[in-house]
Design a protein around this ligand. Structure first.
Ligand code: IPM
Ligand code: MG
Length: 367
């Protein structure tokens, strides 16, 4: 089977961090015989500059065909005043929606070498390894009606939270399946105390559990309390499953627990394609960081670890994914640090490319 990849570097630091991923991809081709058929295209502001839209139809079509899409980041101040419909973020949202990537996997893992970066105490976060499964194609991000309307002589902004049973069912299954390969625990978060969509969410998650995953430990929590518990004692969680908006918030909270947003990857998965692989898009959790773009300062690790997730979830190369993750861990343990990972001034941080060099060297050493 061929392995096809579409690379969309996007805006800001996206192209710089993706350049390091490209070197890693080549390494797996050269040293591990894992060949990828790679194409590259534009997304976000970069696509807008050329096509007048943040994602061209041809790019969308290509994304539907490939085994995996790797995305850098989108957005930047240059595009802040664009019409809502062509903002860079709309390119990303179109990919998620049209590829039907309903399960967004956001691991929050605390690397031992970085435990002191967290704003929380070391023993609260050291060894932390949780996985947030965020529903990604429905809920208030996409529900209708939406818009800004005129009502009684003033404007009213409307968005709609909406979930069908089947939408809840499928993301719950993704969470239970993942839990079985990890700590076997799922905590589902909603606000069933105030929202009907939350009542339905809780009911369906419980039903899927009782019918098909009774071996997995399931608990439910209101999402606000969940946010609090994430800060109080995050190690109580293994897999958290939640809706699109709560997942957006809670995954940022969880990311910050690890102290290093520049480290966290994500996978967005949909239904299996004809070749059995899921529709998939991989991207770092961090944004386009326009303030440091083009300076070779950005940390490429989140994007590199996103490629590790692609190896695991799209290409069934779990061992090679682990090899790459261990190479990253080794480099951190050796003290290699990009600027975002430096606590004291005075020492010179590694550049984006130097971090890439160090990870490639650690990969070589793993053979
Ligand atoms: C994320 C981001 C996106 C979201 C934006 C860029 C549209 O915050 O992936 O978490 O809100 O989903
Ligand atoms: Mg977000």
């Amino acid at each position: 089977m061929t392995n096809t990849l579409l690379i969309l570097p996007g805006d800001g630091i996206g192209p710089e961090v993706m350049a390091e991923v490209s070197r890693i991809i080549d390494w797996f081709g050269d040293k591990r015989g894992l060949k990828f058929d790679v194409s590259e295209d534009l997304v976000g502001g970069a696509a807008y500059d050329v096509h007048g839209v943040p994602l061209a139809d041809a790019t969308m079509a290509r994304a539907q065909e490939v085994d995996a899409v790797l995305l850098g980041a989108v957005g930047g101040p240059k595009y802040d005043n664009l019409d809502f419909s062509v903002k860079p973020e709309r390119g990303l949202l179109r990919l998620r929606k049209e590829m039907d990537l309903f399960a967004n996997l956001r691991p929050a893992q605390c690397f031992d070498a970085l435990a002191d970066f967290s704003s929380l105490k070391r023993d609260v976060v050291a060894g932390l390894d949780i996985m947030i499964v965020r529903e990604l194609t429905s809920g208030i991000y996409f529900g209708e009606p939406r818009g800004i309307f005129e009502e009684n002589g003033e404007r009213v902004g409307i968005n709609t939270q909406r979930y069908t049973e089947s939408e809840i069912d499928r993301v719950a299954r993704s969470a239970f399946e993942l839990a079985r390969k990890r700590g076997n625990k799922v905590c589902s978060m909603e606000k069933a105390n105030v929202m009907e969509s939350g009542i339905l969410w809780r009911e369906v998650v419980q039903r899927v559990h009782d019918a098909d995953y009774p071996d997995v430990e399931l608990s439910h929590m209101y999402a606000d309390a969940g946010g609090m518990q994430l800060c109080r004692w995050p190690k109580q969680f293994d897999v958290i499953v939640t809706d699109n908006l709560f997942g957006d918030l809670l995954s940022d909270v969880a990311a910050m627990l690890t102290g290093s947003l520049g480290m966290l990857p994500s996978a967005s998965l949909g239904a299996p394609m004809a070749n059995g692989r899921p529709k998939a898009l991989y991207e770092p959790v961090h944004g386009s960081a326009p303030d440091i773009a083009g300076q070779g300062k950005a940390n490429p690790i989140a994007c590199i670890l996103s490629f590790a997730m692609a190896l695991r979830y799209s290409f069934d190369q779990g061992e090679e994914a682990t090899r790459l993750e261990q190479a990253v861990e080794k480099v951190l343990a050796d003290g290699v640090r990009t600027a975002d990972l430096m606590q004291s001034e005075g020492t010179t941080p590694a550049s984006t490319a130097q971090m890439g060099d160090a990870i490639l060297a650690a990969l070589d050493a793993s053979l």
